[in-house]
Design a binder for this molecule. Structure first.
Ligand SMILES: Cc1ncc(CN)c(N)n1
Length: 222
């Protein structure tokens, strides 16, 4: 049959574009996002990343051989060492201490998205799990590329969110995104149309939950 990752984004085209080109993404790129919206997002993203670390740990547990184990471990390390470590330092720069982060109430959008991914991983196999994780890892890499192409994007000191933009444009993050796409392409190459439909549902659900996460930031929703 020969499916690829791009077939998933194509099958969910409208939701995927609504996620990649969301107002929150545009305002970050233009440097016009309200500070409070960004702080709210940063706090909830800390909780999100903790649960995503757990999800990658589950993917590691579900691995069947050394290749899968290594791949899942790379994902886990990207979340814990690269993203979460930078995130804690970055929150401090925005006036949010580790003590603040430790006591945060979880917003409903955070709960819905993270528990959806964990549930998908629990009941499914490694491919279900990676497809549920793809809007996160691949999505932010694609968002960074999209922002780089927009005429309204401001880079450098003039943009208060420059460091956030840098993180997802970084070679380390972009390489992790490419690896994930290659891994998915290899697994999607020999699945049936029925299996592709199942995976499309998971990919669409996770993408829509990412949209809700951006919106939660804009609305300061709890
Ligand atoms: C909600 C969300 N989605 C994705 C990412 C990028 N790993 C993130 N930090 N936060």
């Amino acid at each position: 049959m020969g499916y690829r990752f791009s077939d998933l984004t194509q099958a969910c085209h409208d939701d995927w574009r609504a996620y990649i080109e969301h107002d929150f993404v545009r305002q970050l790129a233009a440097g016009t996002l309200a500070d409070e919206a960004f702080r709210h997002y940063l706090k909830q993203d800390y909780l999100f990343l903790i649960h995503f670390g757990r999800a990658y740990a589950l993917a590691t547990y579900k691995s069947r051989d050394i290749t899968e184990l290594r791949h899942s471990l790379e994902g886990l390390k990207t979340i814990i060492d690269v993203e979460l470590g930078l995130h804690i330092d970055y929150c401090r720069e925005w006036g949010i201490s580790e003590a603040d982060l430790a006591g945060l109430p979880e917003a409903r959008a955070t709960m819905a998205y993270t528990r959806y991914v964990l549930d998908t991983g629990n009941r499914g196999d490694l491919l279900d799990m990676h497809v549920a994780l793809a809007p996160c890892l691949v999505g932010y890499g694609v968002i960074s590329q999209w922002q780089a192409e927009q005429p309204f994007t401001i880079r450098g000191d003039a943009n208060p969110f420059e460091k956030w933009l840098q993180m997802y444009a970084s070679d380390a993050f972009q390489a992790a995104m490419r690896d994930e796409i290659a891994w998915l392409d290899a697994r999607l190459a020999d699945i049936t149309p029925e299996r592709f439909e199942q995976l499309t549902t998971i990919f669409r659900d996770a993408t829509r939950l990412e949209i809700d996460f951006w919106q939660m930031g804009l609305d300061l929703a709890d």
